[in-house]
Design a protein around this ligand. Structure first.
Ligand code: CA
Length: 398
């Protein structure tokens, strides 16, 4: 799941050698087995799951990969919320209406959101069965030193799932990093939130739609989801709008946004509801603007990417027949390369701003640091990682 994808994305520039574990895999595995036995996992499960396993080199390769390009908001949305996906999502919501309505009533998450997550995570279950055997994949990452501690915990959690009889070893497959089933739960998320909805004694998120959908809804309910609220909406701002207000860190009541000149996309007043909201401009000041509410923050507990959360919200809207966004941002925009994003972050650090680690990932911290730099240099402070910002900060650091 997604909750930890941002973790997976950090530190992409490290070489394999830097994280080689000095302890041979077999010896390491014997220690791990002892630890798991001490935590109450049965000898039968440990023997079955761990005997004879070997590290998977492809998993280390995938862990070390670095993307060449980052996607613009337009590219990302075209990929995630295109016509084909909307149609498939609408077919899916009709085909599963009874179950979705039941789960929605019980956990308080509207069907269109559950289906949106289903689409983005596994193409509505098409990719749910997974490719990598979870135990060897997690053992590979747990033995590796880079994030060994995190994955050791996930491996123990995965062994606990097996021990609970929720899935057979042969069918316990997932992503290279151990994300499993229809909604790509990592083992710790499974143990905390997965649900046996059909009551057969197994929490089967791999092949049972009922268990899978209830599990996703349960996760969201526990992340603060509000059943009677939407995620947010696209808005328009007046020309004089002060873009220093654009940040997930800044929350204001709708009445305050109204006073700052924010309106519904059709130009009408904002709703007179007692709702706290943040304003986002994911493609910069020339692109679409959004007011986002509490449910948007719940989506970001699933996946920390603003683009991902906006894609979920927008896909959910499209599923129930709402229209397209007014714009996806400029057509000719070229995104920064991964290396340029890293360079931008490093230059921000050198200039005394705090974009977080220079890891090439443009998250909320980097956007806030860009905004501070823009404000200090009389550029529209929209926090957008544009080529212009990179050129300006390069010129200041010759
Ligand atoms: Ca079940």
């Amino acid at each position: 799941m997604a909750v930890v994808f941002a973790l997976f994305l950090t530190g992409l520039f490290f070489s394999n050698q830097a994280f080689a574990n000095e302890q041979p895999f077999k010896q390491w595995l014997a220690d791990l087995k002892n630890e798991a036995a001490g935590k109450g996992i049965s000898a039968k499960t440990l023997d079955e799951a761990l005997t004879g396993i070997e590290p998977i080199p492809r998993v280390i390769e995938l862990d070390r990969r670095q993307p060449e390009f980052t996607l613009t908001f337009r590219d990302y949305m075209d990929r995630m919320v295109n016509a084909k996906r909307i149609v498939k999502a609408q077919t899916t919501i009709r085909a599963n209406a009874k179950l979705l309505n039941e789960v929605a009533a019980k956990y308080g998450v509207q069907p269109q959101y559950l289906v949106a997550f289903w689409g983005l995570e596994t193409d509505f279950g098409r990719l749910a069965s997974g490719y990598f055997p979870v135990i060897p994949a997690l053992a590979t990452l747990a033995h590796d030193s880079r994030r060994g501690k995190f994955f050791r915990g996930q491996l123990i959690d995965a062994l606990r799932i097996l021990d609970g009889g929720h899935i057979d070893l042969a069918r316990m497959k997932g992503s290279w990093a151990g994300a499993m089933g229809h909604f790509q739960f990592i083992p710790s998320t499974f143990n905390a939130y997965a649900i046996d909805y059909d009551g057969d004694g197994k929490r089967d998120i791999w092949t049972n739609n009922k268990d899978a959908l209830a599990s996703a809804a349960n996760f969201l309910a526990n992340s603060g989801w509000q059943r009677d609220e939407i995620w947010g909406r696209e808005v328009k701002v007046e020309d004089s709008f002060d873009f220093t207000n654009v940040s997930l860190k800044i929350k204001k009541p709708l009445s305050a946004w109204q006073a700052l000149g924010v309106r519904r996309i059709n130009g009408k007043d904002l709703p007179k509801a007692d709702v706290m909201a943040s304003l986002l401009a994911p493609a910069g000041h020339v692109g679409p603007k959004f007011l986002v509410y509490g449910n948007f923050r719940a989506i970001m507990r699933w996946n920390q990417s603003q683009f991902y959360a906006l894609a979920i919200g927008h896909l959910a809207d499209r599923i129930i027949g709402k229209g397209p966004l007014s714009t996806l941002g400029p057509r000719d925009e070229k995104s920064l390369s991964f290396a340029q994003s890293e360079e931008l972050q490093q230059l921000l650090i050198d200039a005394g701003y705090d974009p977080g680690p220079a890891d090439g990932i443009i998250g909320s911290m980097t956007r806030d640091a860009i905004r501070a730099f823009q404000k200090d240099n009389a550029i529209v402070p929209d926090g957008h990682p544009s080529a212009e910002v990179l050129a300006r900060i390069r010129a200041k650091n010759p």
